[in-house]
Design a protein around this ligand. Structure first.
Ligand code: CA
Length: 710
């Protein structure tokens, strides 16, 4: 108590612990943000009004907390009775005083950095859960940990995965009826998805729900798996895993006692490899309703039957009661990657409506009678097809927000094309993406300069806020962004909509029409979603700032400030005038060594790089988050093979690839990187560039009028 008082926390710990009753009545505590979506219905709407459209111009920086990381921050903090709890990279958990940012404790689960090789989309974590005096986090290496909320000490931990498989956890746990529910990721590498519930006090497993069937030679684990198995035909998906990982979204309806889970994409992606006899392949890309006490299946709605584009349905799900045709409907809403916005009856799973919220060319529409998408043609079965949306989705994990006053859902959307092409003679391989898709197909044809290539990539991808009317299924207004990878949303009863951008700004808009009312520099790109909370009568807006995640890592596609400043939590309140320290000038990149390799070797290096390296180090060797490999020092060049083959930097997250590539391969990759370093220092001829972009775009890359922004 004395320690608490000396920290000035007053009655912070006097209140009862967070439990189901408090979470169900979260609207009675508008100053708190007690679960990742604030309420069980995950609307991400704050009822606080102190900060509003009339005074938001007086919003200033109250405090900052530095996390000492240079990788992506995706978490939504919790705010409970004046304390903020949140997670950072490598699943580290922090508790700070909500009024000052003063640290209370840090819990580091000591993740083996070499496990980072299994994280497709940065070593991120999207947040923690709170229950009965404990804070819960899922770690990137597959553990679920319960931490004492006062001391930051571990209470229990349990392993939720088979460590011989490339699973990872990035999503926030949800706690329902005393059980902690957690899923996992890894479908790109090749795993079988499931969610598991654990007793919140003991960590004992209560139930597990598999999302896709295993080997048909083994008995199905549940009636749901028996049903699902009938929708998979031929192929040997179980050897790759099948996918269907539930790596992010969940929601809970306490009245219906239904837990909703969002299920991810297939592994491998290609349906012609995975299930050559056809079928819907349940429960890929589905919303599944479960009994949270038993894990028993109740209903499902599949957004993308037989998905083959990485069109996950793991995107944020919002529960709301809205009036449709004069009738109040209990709905669940989602804008999954596939480009359609869905309104589904959350009691029965009945399809209500769907319209595309971004350009879509894999389906013409969703049939209102059957609730199934009507596909356009044979897709990329026989030849490559430029498709919208891309695997990054019309919308990804960045949370949306529902404002009950406007009735609008605010979607952090993107328009981006991707060239899908089947990988010839696909064979499963460890420590690589196993999608049966040729990643190199995305590259422009041979001979196109790397700088030009990046401009083409950038020209193909843009983001925007879409203010979406779910009743009439139409966009009401839009705010365009220069890049495709911006932050999640928060709307408030002060009629404000907050979002952080890739360019490094937190912005506030009018919820009615998208008018920009306020912005503040944050010095690094933002991908996380903001929250609002109140302590001692002051309303705050807080957000994690730290560029990264899938498209952040991808490098050249998304404009960003890089990692000149480390990750931070920033908190704003009215009248505050805090300032961020000046950003240091980056040193000039070192001169690359001379190129001694043959064109053939460089070309082979290009292929190998885009098989093993590009997902983390960026397409075309332009890094977005990690050290830029075009800027290696003479010493790094000297020890290149020790890093790449022997893994001498595995303690920093760079695992050795010696089991998968040989010395010749490493040298070819090295030669390619040297080539890219020289290319970076060559000036591009501007006018020639633009005519080449147009020529390439129209003959090779053109997908959809609105997906190209030339
Ligand atoms: Ca995926």
């Amino acid at each position: 108590r004395d320690v608490e008082r000396s920290r000035g926390l007053g009655d912070v710990y006097k209140r009862q612990a967070v439990d189901g009753e408090r979470l169900r009545a979260a609207d009675k505590e508008p100053g708190n943000w007690m679960s990742t979506g604030r309420t069980y219905d995950e609307q991400r709407y704050s009822p606080l009004t102190e900060i509003n459209t009339s005074n938001v111009d007086q919003l200033g920086l109250a405090w900052r907390f530095d996390l000492n990381t240079h990788r992506g921050l995706e978490a939504t903090p919790l705010a409970i009775d004046g304390v903020l709890y949140f997670s950072g990279t490598w699943s580290v958990v922090y508790a700070v005083d909500g009024r000052t940012g003063q640290p209370l404790w840090t819990y580091d689960p000591q993740v083996d950095r070499a496990w980072g090789i299994n994280a497709c989309c940065d070593v991120v974590n999207r947040g923690v859960a709170a229950w009965n005096g404990k804070i819960y986090v899922g770690t990137i290496d597959g553990r679920l940990v319960a931490i004492d909320a006062k001391s930051g000490n571990k209470v229990w931990e349990t392993l939720t995965i088979d460590k011989s498989k490339p699973y990872s956890i990035t999503g926030a746990p949800r706690i329902v009826n005393g059980k902690v529910v957690i899923g996992n990721g890894g479908a790109e590498y090749g795993v079988r998805g499931y969610v598991t519930a654990y007793d919140s006090e003991t960590g004992e497993q209560a139930w597990r729900f598999y999302t896709v069937p295993g080997n048909p030679a083994d008995p199905p684990e549940s009636p749901a798996m028996e049903m699902a198995l009938k929708t998979w035909n031929g192929g040997e998906w179980w050897t790759v895993g099948g996918g269907g990982t539930a790596w992010d979204s969940m929601a809970f309806d306490a009245d219906l006692n239904l837990l909703y889970i969002g299920v991810g994409n297939a592994s491998p992606w290609s349906r012609w490899v995975r299930s050559p006899g056809g079928g819907d392949n349940l429960f890929l890309s589905s919303i599944v309703a479960l009994n949270p006490d038993t894990g028993a299946y109740v209903w499902h709605y599949q957004t993308t039957p037989a998905e083959t584009w990485d069109y996950t349905a793991t995107q944020h799900m919002i529960l709301a009661d809205i009036e449709i045709n004069g009738e109040t409907r209990k709905v669940i809403m989602q804008a999954p990657k596939n480009g359609f916005f869905y309104v589904i009856d959350r009691e029965t799973g009945e399809f209500i409506s769907a319209e595309n919220y971004v350009p879509v060319n894999w389906a013409t529409h969703v049939d209102p009678e059957t609730g199934r998408p009507v596909e356009t043609d044979e897709q990329f079965r026989d030849q490559a097809k430029m498709t919208v949306p891309s695997p990054f989705g019309g919308h990804n994990w960045q949370p949306m927000s529902y404002h009950p006053g406007t009735g609008l859902v605010y979607i952090p959307a993107r328009e981006m094309a991707f060239k899908y092409e089947r990988e010839e003679n696909f064979k499963y391989g460890e420590n690589r993406w196993n999608m049966a898709i040729n990643m190199e197909a995305m590259m422009p044809p041979a001979g196109v300069e790397p700088k030009l290539m990046r401009r083409i990539m950038k020209a193909m991808a843009r983001g925007h806020i879409s203010a979406w009317d779910p009743v009439n299924q139409r966009e009401v207004w839009r705010v365009k962004h220069p890049g495709p990878w911006d932050g999640g949303m928060l709307s408030t009863a002060g009629n404000l909509l907050f979002q952080g951008t890739a360019e490094g700004e937190l912005k506030a808009y009018d919820v009615e029409d998208g008018t920009l009312l306020w912005q503040h520099e944050t010095q690094s790109g933002i991908v996380a979603a903001p929250i609002s909370y109140a302590v001692d009568g002051d309303q705050y807006v807080a957000i994690l700032v730290g560029w990264g995640g899938a498209l952040g890592l991808a490098g050249g596609i998304a404009p960003n400030l890089g990692d000149k400043v480390g990750g931070r939590l920033l908190a704003f309140k009215l009248g505050a005038q805090g300032e961020l320290p000046a950003v240091p000038e980056p040193p000039a990149p070192p001169k690359p060594p001379e190129q001694t390799a043959s064109t053939e070797t460089i070309t082979r290096g290009h292929q190998l790089y885009h098989t093993y390296c590009n997902v983390c180090h960026g397409m075309g060797a332009e890094s977005g988050v990690l050290a830029d490999l075009r800027h290696m020092t003479p010493h790094t060049h000297k020890i290149f093979n020790d890093i790449v083959l022997d893994g001498i930097y595995s303690g920093m997250g760079m695992a050795g690839f010696g089991d998968y590539i040989n010395k010749d391969d490493a040298e070819a990759i090295h030669a390619y990187l040297i080539e890219m370093a020289h290319a970076e220092q060559t000036e591009l001829n501007e006018s020639a560039t633009w005519s080449a972009i147009k020529a390439v775009s129209y003959t090779h890359l053109r997908a959809h009028e609105t997906s190209l922004h030339l």
